[in-house]
Write a protein that binds this ligand. Structure first.
Ligand code: GDP
Ligand code: IMO
Ligand code: MG
Length: 427
């Protein structure tokens, strides 16, 4: 067996949670490979809505195993809140959630550092979710981090205090006081107390060597779906640096974030919205700062799942989409939120960029200089969220799908026409 992958092709929030939940019925194991609680993956069914940050989106299928891989970073407090939310629905992650012992911890002082760094950047701030992602991955690479498997170690408290003191020494070089910042509404000491309390909850979840578990599962012919967080254009290497997250969001991240050999990667589902959104700072060539942008935000309810911030909205960017398809080796496309475009008579798609006077079909190194060159296509201009079958698609929606398939050379295998599980059409 091989490991299939589903990951975002834009700036995150493409609908990964919804589609992983739908696809998870066909897999035995769902595994997250990177990112942390900066992710917010929404799943809707039976009139209920859930937002997951750390737990894989297969958790609502009781017979599926969900794995948090070594490439993920974990804030025990946030994870414990997710577990509480599931317990309230009679879902018990102690039964079907596994955590890699090698996954790193996000400490309360990582979150403080994140806030200090952002505050000090002023206008140049990244627009981080302030979940401590950058500082925690920094310590991992600097070989200072603390891993899940160390929580019960006799050295844990000493290591925790050493790292925390190191963070406070850094913070003291900035013109801020700890009390200037709140963490999820709490002052530092209160958050730290909740963080320590949460370690007990985390300790009830089985900790494993996830690379060995996955290898063994593949040998037993179990099927595995790797679930990405964020999106390709936020990748630490290939995104619009420095306005990126701190992990490899591309398919290569599956190999390092779960311990899977490249030859074991199977299908790669690349998910994109029928338009574009971005939350946080950084270049966004097709951004609309007019009433069309506001209409996309209103219709698409484009407010961050993790932070509640309004998302920046714009037309589909096929140059960026092709770049993401190239980097990930996408075998199947998934298009979401076509229903949000329903009231537009015409749609625009950027098929090229203009940089100064030159027309190009790739993302330039100075991506902030790229201006979109649009092709206009007809909209379907009718409601499509109740459609159940592909042969009910209005002609203009079919044409939009074919236009994207033609421009990318990849089949759109799944079309999502609403937030609910049921509003999903397999082609
Ligand atoms: P993720 O981070 O990629 O999992 O995406 P988010 O959950 O952050 O954001 C996607 C939002 O769009 C969520 O509110 C979903 O419920 C919603 N959504 C997903 N697919 C569709 C769709 O096809 N149409 C509409 N209207 N909403 C969708
Ligand atoms: P999901 O998995 C959208 C963005 C932040 C910011 C930048 C860096 O729900 O698609 P970080 O907190 O990682 O330091 O923030 O990345 N960002 C996301 N945007 N969806 C996400 O995750 C994101 N995770 C981080 O807004 O611009
Ligand atoms: Mg999200």
């Amino acid at each position: 067996m091989k490991v299939d992958v589903l990951l975002g092709l834009q700036w995150g929030d493409e609908g990964k949670g919804k589609i992983v939940d739908v696809l998870s019925t066909g897999y035995d194991i769902i595994a997250r490979f990177q990112g942390g609680p900066n992710a917010g993956h929404t799943i809707e069914f039976d009139g209920k809505k859930f937002i997951l940050h750390t737990i894989p989106s297969g958790i609502f299928n009781a017979d599926k195993i969900n794995v948090i891989g070594n490439g993920v970073i974990i804030d025990p407090y946030i994870l414990s809140k997710e577990i509480d939310q599931l317990n309230a629905e009679n879902i018990d992650p102690e039964k079907n959630l596994l955590i890699s012992k090698k996954a790193h911890l996000i400490l309360p002082s990582h979150r403080l550092l994140d806030a200090v760094y952002e505050a000090s950047k002023g206008k140049l701030k990244i627009g981080s979710t302030l979940k401590g992602i950058g500082p925690a991955y920094t310590d991992k690479v600097a070989r200072l981090g603390i891993r899940i498997g160390e929580i019960d170690n006799v050295e844990f408290i000493r290591k925790y205090n050493e790292l925390k003191e190191r963070h406070f020494r850094i913070i003291n070089t900035y013109p801020y006081k700890t009390s200037d910042f709140k963490i999820d509404g709490f002052n530092f000491d209160d958050y730290e107390q909740k963080w320590f309390d949460a370690l007990e909850v985390i300790n009830r979840i089985r900790q494993i060597d996830s690379e060995n578990f996955i290898d063994q599962s593949l040998k037993e012919n179990k099927s595995i779906l790797a679930e990405g967080a964020q999106g390709t254009l936020l990748d630490i290497d290939f995104g619009s640096y420095p306005f990126v997250t701190s992990s490899n969001t591309v398919c290569a991240g599956v190999c390092s974030g779960l311990g899977i050999a490249p030859s074991k990667i199977g299908k790669v589902f690349g998910i994109f919205k029928a338009y574009c959104t971005r939350v946080g700072s950084g270049p966004f060539p097709t951004e609309l700062e007019d009433e069309d942008g506001q209409a996309l935000r209103d219709e698409g309810r484009e407010y961050g799942s993790t932070t509640g911030r309004p998302r920046r909205c714009g037309w589909l960017d096929m140059v960026a989409l092709n770049y993401a398809i190239m980097l990930n080796g996408v075998t199947d496309l998934v298009m979401t939120k076509g229903d949000v475009l329903s009231h537009f008579e015409q749609l625009k798609v950027s098929t090229k960029y203009k940089v100064n006077d030159k027309t190009i079909d790739y993302i330039p190194f100075e991506c902030e200089l790229a201006r979109p060159v649009y092709q206009t296509v007809p909209g379907w201009n009718c409601a499509i969220d109740q459609i159940n079958r592909e042969d009910e698609f209005p002609g203009a929606l079919n044409d939009y799908v074919k236009f994207i398939e033609g421009g990318t050379g990849v089949k759109i295998s799944i079309v999502s026409l609403g937030p609910d599980r049921k509003q999903t059409i397999l082609r």
